[in-house]
Structures are given as C-alpha cells and as structure tokens.
Design a protein around this ligand. Sequence first.
Ligand SMILES: O=C(CO)[C@H](O)[C@H](O)COP(=O)(O)O
Length: 495
Amino acid sequence: MVNDYEKEKVLAAQEAVKYIEDGMVVGVGSGTTIVYFIKYLGERVKNGLNVIAVPTSDETADLCKNEGITLVTTSVPIKIDVTVDGADQFDMKLRLIKGGGGALLREKIVASATKREIIIVDSRKKVDVLGEAFALPVEVIPLAWFKVAQEIKKLNGNPVLRLKSDSSYFITDQGNYILDCKFDSIPEPEELATKLSSITGLVEHGLFINLAREVIMGKEGNVYYFKHEFNISKVITERMQVDTIDEIFVKIDQVVKSGGKPVVEMDVDLTTFKPINRTIKALELAGETYRISEFLEPLSKFDLLPGYTPEAWTNFLSRNKLPEKYPELKWVGIKDGTGSNASVYSAFHIAFWSTEWLTEDILTEGLIEFVSEIEKRGGIPVFISGRWKDEQFEPTREVLVRGGIKDPILVIGKPHHNGKELSDAENKAMRQKEIREKYGTPIVFIDDRLENRVAVCKENPDSDILSVGISIPGFTYDEEITGVSIKVSSFEFKK
Ligand SMILES: O=C(CO)[C@H](O)[C@H](O)COP(=O)(O)O
C-alpha cells in the first residue's frame, strides 16, 4: 500500500516527466522521489522517447540503466536541457537544502550546468525558513572532517559525522564524508553559503541557491507549482524600484525627525501577497466549467497569471486574445454573478476568494526586509485590505506571521457603512481616520489599484501622502499603472 507521501511523490514525478522532450539531455537527480521519475521516464523511453541522461549518483545511474535509458557517465556535459531532482527542503525563494541522500556534490555540478532545474517533492519539504527541521548536509574531504566540523561550530552549526546503519562511515560516490550540520534555522542562506564555501577541506554544501527554476509539489492529490522566475513586470524598471523605496525611507526619516509617527499602509492582495496557487486553482475551476483548455494548464499556457480585479482581468483577456478564441463565452460581468449573471470572470472570482485557499498565498519578494527597515527607522507598517468576510482575518494573519511578520497590524474590510455596501476604494478611504487615531500619520499608501490610491489620498489631504503603485511580477496589472511614476514591482531594495 503506497502511503500519502509516496502518492505525493508519484504525482510530482508524473508531472515532471511531461517536461521531457525528444532529443533532450536530461539531468537525473537522486533520492526516493527520483526513483518514481526514473520509472516514468523509462516508460516513455520504451515508447520511443530519445534522451540522454546525466545521472547524479551511482544509484541513479544503475536505476536508469535498468530502465534502458541512455547515460553519459564520463563527464558532465556543459549544457543540460532539463534536470529533475528532489530536495530535502525548499522555501518560497526556491532555495533548497539537498544532500539527504549524500549526492549533493554531483547534484550541484549537474544543476549548475542545467538550463531548467525542476525540483519534485512531497508536501513535507515546503518550509518557511530553511534548516529548522533538517540538518544541512556538507561534503568534506575525509582527512579534514574534524577541522571542518570545528569551523562549522563557530558558525553556530552542530555537525555530526554521517554513519551508515552498521555504524561505518557513510562514504559519498566521490569517496568523501558527510557532516550533517544542525542549525537552529537558516534565515540567511546566501550568507551561510558564502561562509561555508570559504572553509578549506569542505568540498560542497547542500544549500542550493538560484539553481532551482521551479518546484513541483504533490499534496493531498493535487499538484502545486512554485516558480521563482516569473516574468518581471515590464512596466517597472529597477531604477524606479530603487528610487521609490528610497523615497519612502526618506519620508519616514523626515517625519520621525520632526517627532511624528509615520504610517506606511500596504494593501494585501497583489501587493503584499502573491496569490499564485489560488489563481491557478480558480482558473482551473473556471476552465472546467466553461471548457477552456488553456485554463487547465495555466502555467504553461500563459506568461502572466490574471490579476483578480476587473482591470487586470480585462488586460489578461486581451493579452491572450481569449474572447476571440472563444467568442461564444461571456468573459466579463459582475464579480459575484450567478445564474444569468454568471460569466467566466465571476466563476474565476468566486473560486479565487475561496476562504480555504487563502493561507496558500505567499509574500511578495522583499516584504520582510522592507517591513523591518520601516520599523527600524521608526515607522509603522499597516496592512490594509478590502477582504470583506470575518473568516478572512485569521488566514490573512497566518500568511503574514508564517512569512516572518510577528505581530502584523491588520486593518481589514468593513463592507457596509450606514447600510450602504462599500467598494474596496470607499472602504479603504473610510479606514483612514481610524488609522490616524490609532497608529499615526499615513505617509505612504501602496496598492495595485489606481482607484484605491486616489480614494485614500483624498482622505489624507494634509499629510502629503505618497501614492505608490505596484505591479507584482507574474500577474497582469491594472493598465493605469503605466501612467504612474512612483511604483514598484516588489519590496526589494538595496541596503
Ligand atoms: O538531495 C538529495 C540526495 O542527495 C535528494 O534529492 C533529497 O535528499 C530528497 O530525497 P527524497 O526524494 O528521498 O526525499
């Protein structure tokens, strides 16, 4: 009987094998998840697929041979089209810990020669912060293991020499030892990687940074994709990003200096949160209802996912010429339309707002550092959202806390005022007074929608509030963003 995690591995492996095309040079990773991938690749080879495989371990080489897959074992080619490998942990920046099976050195060599590194995992591997529940494997020259271990202790790691079940030393395919190094957590993997790489006698460490292009994860019968390289928003340049964030910091400093309490207000959806999985699932559901085949494979069919606002949705439709392809469908309409008011948009929108998926959102790049810089300078970060149901509060908080924002201030929607239903913009405008009374002076408002920015700025006429547009990579944007000069694509900034 295959248990749940084995099923998740199977799902991820079945998905990954679809990316292998005739004539490719394919890197093949190591580990128990990869065993399934080799099996499915073998099936395709038996059906006529022509590939050359580059194995990352002797065990993988043997498994490939048994499946009749052609191998290169002499030296790693300089160009590998796709590599499929497993991982012990991955985070939202697709940084990995690898080496649980002891094959990290060859895995890293193969990954660094690969154009498209696909990682396949079961759901236990997804973490917010690397290293909390897994010791980082490090490959060392046997002669140097004790010296290297002492140096790792100075970096607050607790290294343990890996042994086999019979208590003999675990020897890698290259004849080296493995130190499994337990850190409390690894919040700055780049920094640790640099320090580890400078230790003489340490051959390679299991932190894989900027190597994975996507992660395919099986979870409870579904397949989830995590991609790092979404198309960067074309409407924002790096200069704009840097200048805008600098302007925000300068403004905070000025207000603090004059004794004020500067508040930086940030919208949630498509500003501080990236709803990737929710968008994919909502497209899939709408695709099933309206028989739109492209919606069933959104990541391979579209270069940008649709933003959920009417403007971003329309932008998505015209960008992909969908109404021309399916003229019989009603593509736009009211967001919660049902019955005769139903449209593809309402099917998408209703599914997109399913409460049970809210916790799958991830934070926009750089948010944690941005928030902590605001606080360091004496500013007050406030998350403001038109999310309108009571049950949306906890999942919103959960995503922020899980992402590393310990005690977020959340100002979340009140859909009615004096019996009147408020729009997102009206709601955000109405909350300004409360924010001024409770927290301080709003000096920055960051939101992906122009109408929200306009409404909030009107409510803060005296405070000279900075209105910042945002278009996060990977999603279609409100067309109005093109006419805004103060805008960002994420919260990343140069320190
Ligand atoms: O890095 C690895 C081997 O060096 C493996 O890919 C990693 O340990 C994951 O293995 P599994 O798929 O068995 O969980």
